[in-house]
Design a protein around this ligand. Structure first.
Ligand code: CAA
Length: 255
């Protein structure tokens, strides 16, 4: 269906594979558009898909950044359109109803790191490498590296990554909170699957409410954010999952 990515839905899990192996899955305009279209499809299929898993094809990279050859030919107006496109795609993934896991094996650089931080959970292999090397190319990060990144790991470490362009290893990424789980390369697929299935085994409506609470609340003032939580909590009391799950617990404990 798409030239640069594969969507495979199995047992309620959507596996999205960025498929430009020879270019280390570098994000060109086409791939960014296709990823947005894929997100639309995942929204349409939200009754059938519980968790989304994004990975790079091959064993060398998640994504080695935006496509440098394509950017070399851009004028300032085209650069605005490209940055907006990457933002739209990342925001679409961030706001999907389903939790999104980035499964990272190898290079996770520039626009790739920015894509990973738009996902809900990052699980990486021990051979992964992270960085925002844009300043070395004479540009700023253009897909969240100056905005989402400091919100995730704090301004000091984000500035360090953005100013130096240094590539950091997976252990440092874990210490800095850039990734959430670190595993040996051979265990990556199993770990990602186990986390996805663990989420899938919970009550879908409640999981989706949690995602929206954290997403909408994280940049709001605390009072407003706590009210978002109150409303989501109350919404769960309109859903049959709650009566069923609580009823099952109470009835079981009576036996
Ligand atoms: N864009 C386009 N092509 C890329 C690419 C990128 N970001 N990264 C790698 N490739 C291509 C290479 O050109 C090469 O293609 P050919 O075989 O046709 O020559 C192929 O992928 C394999 O790469 P290398 O031969 O360079 O592999 P390596 O092991 O020697 O190095 C690497 C790997 C360190 C990741 C190196 O490829 C590299 O530095 N890539 C660029 C990383 C980068 O600067 N990313 C940030 C881009 S800017 C950005 O992302 C802006 C933004 O925020 C929106």
């Amino acid at each position: 269906m798409w030239e640069n990515l594969i969507l495979d839905v199995q047992d309620g899990l959507a596996f999205v594979t960025l498929n430009r192996t020879k270019q280390l899955n570098a994000l060109n305009e086409k791939l960014a558009v296709e990823l947005g279209e894929c997100a639309d499809k995942i929204i349409q299929e939200q009754d059938k898909i519980d968790v989304v898993i994004i990975a790079g094809s091959g064993d060398r990279a998640f994504v080695a950044g935006a496509d440098i050859g394509e950017m070399l030919r851009m004028d300032p107006q085209q650069a605005i359109a490209f940055a907006r496109l990457l933002h739209q795609t990342n925001t679409k993934l961030d706001s999907l109803p389903q939790p999104v896991i980035a499964s990272i094996n190898g290079f996770c650089l520039g626009g790739g790191n920015e894509l990973a931080i738009a996902c809900d959970i990052r699980i990486a292999s021990d051979k992964s490498k992270f960085g925002q090397p844009e300043v070395g190319l004479g540009i700023t990060p253009g897909a969240g590296g100056t905005q989402r990144l400091p919100r995730l790991i704090g301004p000091g470490r984000a500035k360090y990554m953005d100013y130096t362009g240094e590539i950091i290893d997976a252990k440092t990424a874990l210490e800095w909170g850039l990734i959430d789980i670190l595993v040996p390369e051979a265990e990556l697929k199993d770990k990602v699957l186990a986390v996805a299935k663990k989420i899938q085994s919970q009550r879908r409506f409640a999981v989706r409410q949690v995602k929206q609470c954290i997403r909408l609340g994280k940049d709001a003032a605390l009072e407003a954010a706590l009210e978002i939580e109150v409303q989501a909590f109350s919404m769960c009391f309109t859903h049959p999952d709650r009566t069923e799950a609580m009823g099952a617990f109470v009835n079981k404990s009576k036996k």
